[in-house]
Design a protein around this ligand. Structure first.
Ligand code: NFS
Length: 656
């Protein structure tokens, strides 16, 4: 048994499962140390082929029913459910869960905001009053002659509707371009509050409920939109108001940000409050003193995954890696505490942390993990928890008794391109607007814009699909915006620097060099995908690129996705009008009506559509083909031909 276990563990070749050298180094060490991680488990766990195709239904006690993906219409479930009903219901539940996750996060941000505004929480304050006013005005709240507190309280009440509104349209529907909104109204998918949409989605996927896949997909769109333009958008906007709107900052990413002679603390999760409070605790003079007494040179605070990405863009805190590296970083032996809050936290962390005597600390009432230590994070007294985490970390530092091996990779890059900053960056302080971006798209220097986002997944070579896809896109003059674990993959590959403009096509390179920006713009965590929605809406409103978001020469991708949140994100982009390509796998049987609807029909109805390819080059081809199709429909394809073919013409084109 032991021998078999060892063989399985040793079975993977680290260089074959990741292009992240630091992670590969730690996988080698994990082998030597006899430690198992998700990469080994993925190799040992054959995915269920019927489940992978979404051809089984286990929502009631008459099943589970398994249909044949080779002959999808040859059989139905015990209740008579067809393959289309079954796949649509499974998809619906993924959208509902993903949307619930983001919305639950957004709602707790709003709870925090309210208590801060009321003065009941004093540890945080409104940092960005300009943003507060801008958000309030965007949904029709008057700001003139009113105090910050008055505006903020009304904003709280209004934004609460994002979650609780029973009828009507959520507040941020006001930000949606008119024609896109018209499409939503026509199809009855303008979201009400997220609670209502998620509840209805779950109800409609119950046995004996909605059994028309087209009708189920409508509710999928409504639920996903309640996330993108609702739950997630509130999380981002409140985060900015409370903790500051990101602007570009140069910072290091990768495991080399750990320091052998310091107390290393990793924060991994999704809500910024734990991290913000942790920033205070690691600077607390008594704790810094205690660390020094324990023999450390200082306390080193580092982020991972999405809250890490958020702190990276807001405060320039170093980031140690994405989802697929969270176990591996513990293998360094240099982590003195890993504190987590919610989402994307692998249960496997418990056993890896135990091997290296690293305290793994859960902090949120919604996310305990069996075997991890729990220190409850109290919003009204946040430092009690974070101070305690620092103390635990100092104690672990003092008792370090295992060899430490820190991979030396550190990749410096620029991150923090909020949609507000993109406006300013391209337009300057006097003409801060999206006009220069639109102009550069119209004149063809920038062919289009792609959002490349989402997770990493141990089922595919870590970071490889992200990096190759992005390289291919920028080479073809497509400007790339990024969030979440994808952004970290590109940062590690060194593509978030202005110098990487040399890898871009001639048009995009010229724009990047004129402005001094990288061709790959990191904008934050997964909820910050809402910034991409706002940027798209602004591009439409600015003019020249059509009247609906579906007209824009843009595309999206989650090349290494794994979470249900990613499916919810993908579907809200599709419902907003964006062609969105997923990699790894897609839970669907081809040659079915449901497939036809997601991958084709939705576009004809005025939405975007789904695409799939596991291959980064094919993925890029699909996205560029779509961008070119949209350019043609806008009659701006000729300008680009000139840009590429005629240098004299190019020189004549006005520089933005
Ligand atoms: Ni997004 Fe963040 Fe990463 Fe994927 Fe998970 S951390 S919310 S779901 S794995 S990008």
């Amino acid at each position: 048994m032991e021998k078999e276990k060892k063989e399985k563990r040793d079975g993977i070749d680290p260089k074959a499962v990741t292009i992240c050298d630091a992670t590969a180094q730690m996988l080698e060490k994990a082998k030597r140390d006899g430690v198992e991680t998700a990469f080994q488990r993925a190799a040992n766990m054959k995915a269920c082929p019927i489940g992978a195709d979404s051809a089984c239904c286990k929502h009631c006690g008459m099943g589970p029913c398994r249909l044949n993906s080779k002959d999808p219409y040859g059989k139905v479930g015990v209740c008579g459910a067809t393959i289309d009903t079954i796949m649509a219901r499974n998809f619906a539940r993924m959208v509902a869960t993903g949307s619930a996750c983001h919305s639950d996060h957004g709602m707790s941000m709003l709870d925090l905001f309210r208590e801060v505004v009321k003065g009941n929480i004093k540890d945080y304050q409104i940092k960005d009053t300009l943003k507060l006013e801008a958000v309030a005005e965007s949904i029709g709240i008057a700001t003139e002659g009113r105090t910050t507190e008055e505006i903020a309280l009304e904003l709280c009440d209004e934004l609460e509707k994002t979650y609780t509104q029973v009828e009507g349209e959520i507040p941020f529907a006001k930000r949606v371009p008119e024609k896109t909104l018209e499409t939503w109204r026509k199809h009855g998918v303008v979201p009400r509050g997220a609670m209502r949409e998620v509840m209805e989605m779950m109800a409609r996927s119950h046995i004996g409920m909605d059994q028309d896949y087209t009708n189920i997909v409508k509710q999928c769109s409504r639920t996903a939109l309640a996330d993108g333009w609702g739950g997630s958008m509130v999380a981002t906007e409140i985060g900015d108001i409370l903790f500051g709107t990101p602007s570009p900052i140069s910072i290091e990413v990768n495991m080399g940000v750990l320091k052998a002679d310091q107390v290393n603390i990793i924060i991994h999760g999704h809500e910024p409050n734990l991290f913000e409070s942790m920033c205070e605790s690691v600077n607390e003079p008594t704790l810094v003193e205690a660390a020094k007494k324990a023999g450390a040179k200082g306390i080193n605070l580092v982020g991972m995954c999405c809250s890490g990405a958020e702190m990276l863009v807001r405060h320039g805190i170093p980031h140690a890696g994405n989802f697929s590296s969270t176990e591996e970083i513990l293998v360094t032996g240099a982590v003195d505490a890993m504190a987590v809050d919610i989402q994307c936290i692998k249960q496997g962390l418990v056993s890896v942390a135990a091997c290296y005597n690293t305290p793994l600390i859960t902090t949120d009432a919604r996310c305990h993990i069996e075997g991890a230590m729990h220190i409850d994070f109290d919003l009204f007294n946040p430092k009690k928890c974070t101070d305690e985490i620092v103390i635990k970390a100092i104690t672990r530092f003092q008792n370090r008794n295992l060899p430490i091996e820190i991979p030396q990779q550190r990749n410096i890059g620029v991150h923090g391109f909020s949609h507000e900053y993109i406006q300013y960056m391209l337009g300057g302080s006097f003409r801060s607007s999206y006009t220069p971006l639109n102009e550069n798209i119209i004149n063809g220097r920038i062919r289009g814009v792609a959002g490349v986002v989402g997770c990493t997944n141990p089922r595919v070579k870590q970071d490889f699909v992200h990096v190759e896809l992005v390289k291919e896109l920028i080479k073809n003059d497509v400007l790339v915006v990024q969030t979440g674990c994808s952004q970290i993959a590109l940062a590690k590959a060194g593509l978030t620097t202005p110098e990487s403009a040399v890898l871009a096509g001639p048009g995009l390179r010229e724009v990047c060099e004129t402005v001094g920006m990288p061709p790959v713009l990191g904008i934050g965590s997964c909820v910050d995908n809402s910034r991409i929605l706002i940027a798209c809406a602004e591009m439409v409103k600015t003019g020249g690129l059509g009247s609906s978001m579906a007209d824009l020469p843009v595309a999206g991708a989650a090349p290494e996705w794994m979470s249900e949140k990613a499916i919810a994100i993908g579907h809200y982009f599709v419902a907003s009008g964006v062609f969105t390509v997923f990699g790894v796998t897609f839970p669907i049987v081809e040659n079915t009506k449901f497939h036809q609807l997601l991958f084709d029909e939705l576009e004809k109805q005025g939405f975007g559509k789904w695409g799939f390819s596991a291959d980064p080059y094919e993925m890029a081809r699909l996205m560029i083909e779509h961008i070119d199709k949209k350019r043609k429909a806008l009659s701006i394809d000729k300008a680009r031909e000139r840009v590429l073919m005629d240098m004299a013409d190019r020189q004549k084109l006005e520089v933005a």
